[in-house]
Design a protein around this ligand. Structure first.
Ligand code: ATP
Ligand code: MG
Length: 601
């Protein structure tokens, strides 16, 4: 199935719910959209699985060895998760292992704090590299030896042209390049110069080591690419041991070979580098010949996945940091509350292919809903409270009402909801002048308090400014445990908490960071910042939680009934004031709202 189709099918299966994303339920409706009794489907196949299966079947390989090779120059994002699940997932499924390898050949841009964060992200997604944590810099000495092999075989030379001249000699896509005047240095001279480059005799930029391939090759990557350059800077792992650093195209393939990688899986922009990958391995007499396969990068709509843009969002304070719950970074997504299982489901669903992978944000949200619907305990939270006084309920009485922790999973146990004379309901659940099919509270109308009684609104009380300050209602004691009242049918059910026995909380409602699917694409200057959604965060400070929600653990996830899935913030939540992030609404409201509706929200 084509990827675009996947997302539209997922969108179309969702219904718009009224009233700002609040779901309403009718007496008999199931809260769940989960299809129980479903056995999990086997992971979908893709072209890389097919290649691996064929290689194992033919005996070409006995096991699958891969690597995940991030550059430690930023935090990982959801696009990296696609690569992580592929690289760690294949050896898990077929037998073998994956190296966690830092591609740390550029000493200037890298930082050890990124490395730690990257490891945490990979662990969070459920993978363990055992003792296979490596760095390209672990191989600097061996790489130097491979470079000497190339020189000795007449396949590499030291070039003393300036960077500018090298560029000039390279030619263009339509014209061949020309040979450097230093191309024919003798092997002895090259070995000597390369040794002296290593010894620090020369300044940055004065010499480079180049492969000797073909300056007229149609593929520009094959026109004597640079293999080593002089950089007199210290490296966060090797310190000042080196002043020459190997280039990506030389390092990556040989690191793969040194680790016995069988399938080197990378994104499509490396397709043109593949002939060079093969050439280096062959000519440097690598111990084995790994094969490179390319797949398409993930692009997620309504956000950006380029490291440069993400860094800009952070540095210019458009977000609160890399871990801002609106960021597509894995630490942001984790803090928002997405379970790692939902990222796995997402990666499975988007698949692996060579065609453009432009995925609607709602696909990720749906995956979170699916996982959370099954796993998250239920709770009542009132985000915008409206006081209700039940006038025929005795003042000092507390009635403990019984409710399931999870309606589809009896094993999750029960919870108790204290009903008192004063309760709080959602402001939106009352309308003075309701439209026809408004199954909630209105003057003279009845509604059921979820897991409690039917109440009727008798009177609306206003403050001096005319704003509704409380509703005065009566309850029908005959309607406990879902019993219908005599002679009337009450369809609507609303959630509530006790006004006197509930807990204060702050709730942060997040929305998409951008209002355009492809940020920046509609502006001539391509400025993605112009498409930031000004309403991507809404902080509600006067929210209340049901009484049982004392001491919630940071990072724990709940379904607040009718409102969505929420997670106790890993950073700001405390026992004194729990702070909840909305992970996702119960239903996709975005797809069907017009933009102006969205902005009014
Ligand atoms: P840069 O912006 O520096 O090019 P990068 O996104 O390529 O960064 P790396 O740290 O080099 O970042 O990525 C590690 C691995 O993750 C690479 O194999 C890369 O191909 C893969 N990867 C990065 N972004 C995506 C993406 N959007 N979809 C799938 N894989 C990705
Ligand atoms: Mg990269």
């Amino acid at each position: 199935m084509h990827r675009q189709e996947t997302s539209s099918i997922l969108c179309n299966s969702l219904e718009l719910r009224k009233s700002h994303g609040i779901k309403f339920y009718l007496e008999s409706a199931s809260v769940s959209s989960m299809n129980e009794n479903q056995t999990p489907a086997p992971p979908p196949s893709h072209f890389i699985r097919k290649i691996i299966e064929a290689d194992l079947e033919s005996g070409k390989h006995q096991q699958v060895v891969t690597r995940f090779p991030p550059e430690p120059n930023g935090f990982l994002h959801i696009g990296h998760a696609k690569s992580i699940f592929l690289n760690f997932g294949m050896p898990r499924d077929y037998g073998g292992h994956c190296f966690m390898r830092f591609d740390d050949t550029n000493p200037v841009k890298e930082d050890a704090t990124y490395s730690q964060a990257i490891l945490e992200d990979v662990r969070w997604l459920g993978f363990d590299w055992g003792n296979r944590l490596t760095h390209a810099s672990d191989y600097f000495e061996k790489l130097y030896e491979f470079a000497c092999v190339l020189i000795r075989r007449g396949k590499a030379y030291v070039d003393s042209l300036s960077a500018e001249k090298i560029r000039e000699y390279r030619g263009t896509l339509t014209e061949p390049g020309s040979n450097s005047p230093f191309r024919d240095r003798t092997i002895e001279e090259n070995l000597d110069l390369f040794q002296r480059m290593r010894d620090g005799e020369f300044e940055d930029g004065s010499h480079v080591l180049r492969a000797k391939i073909d300056m007229a090759a149609p593929n520009i990557h094959m026109r004597d690419p640079t293999l080593y350059r002089i950089r007199k800077v210290s490296h966060h792992r090797t310190g000042n041991a080196w002043c020459i650093y190997p280039m990506y195209d030389f390092t990556h393939c040989l690191s793969d070979a040194l680790e016995g990688v069988t399938h080197s899986l990378c994104t499509l922009e490396f397709e043109d580098n593949r002939p060079l990958y093969d050439w280096v391995l062959q000519e440097a007499e690598a111990p084995c010949l790994p094969k490179q396969y390319e797949f398409s990068r993930l692009n997620l709509q309504y956000t950006v996945l380029s490291k440069r843009k993400l860094i800009q969002l952070v540095e210019e304070n458009h977000v609160e940091g890399w871990d801002d719950p609106r960021m597509p970074s894995l630490i942001g997504i984790r803090r928002r509350g997405f379970p790692p299982e939902s990222i796995r489901l997402f990666c499975e669903r988007i698949g692996i292919s060579k065609s453009e992978n432009n995925i609607d944000f709602s696909v990720l949200e749906d995956c979170a809903r699916e996982v959370l619907n099954q796993d998250a305990p239920r709770a009542f939270a009132v985000l915008k409270p409206l006081k209700v006084v039940i006038t025929n309920f005795p003042e000092d009485q507390v009635e403990m009402l019984d409710a399931p922790v999870h309606p589809q999973n009896p094993e999750a146990g029960r919870r108790s909801l204290p009903l008192t004379r004063e309760i709080l309901i959602e402001e939106d659940d009352f309308l003075e002048d309701p439209p026809r099919k408004f199954f909630r509270l209105a003057p003279g109308k009845e509604v059921r308090l979820r897991y409690g009684y039917v109440i009727r609104c008798d009177e609306v009380v206003r403050d001096d400014s005319g704003k509704i300050s409380e509703l005065r209602c009566t309850y029908d004691p005959q309607t406990a445990k879902g019993a219908q009242p005599e002679g009337r049918k009450v369809k609507g059910i609303i959630h509530w908490v006790s006004a006197t026995q509930s807990i204060s909380t702050e709730v942060r409602l997040y929305d998409r960071l951008f209002r355009e699917a492809s940020p920046g694409s509609k502006h001539e200057d391509g400025d993605f910042l112009r498409d930031l959604n000004p309403d991507s965060i809404q902080i509600l400070k006067n929210c209340r939680l049901e009484a049982g929600m004392k001491n919630v653990e940071k990072g724990s996830r709940y379904q607040f009934e009718r409102l969505g899935y929420f997670c106790a913030d890993l950073k700001n939540s405390s026992n004194e004031l729990p702070v909840f992030n909305r992970i996702v609404t119960l239903r996709d409201t975005w797809a069907k709202l017009t933009k102006s509706d969205q902005l009014k929200k």
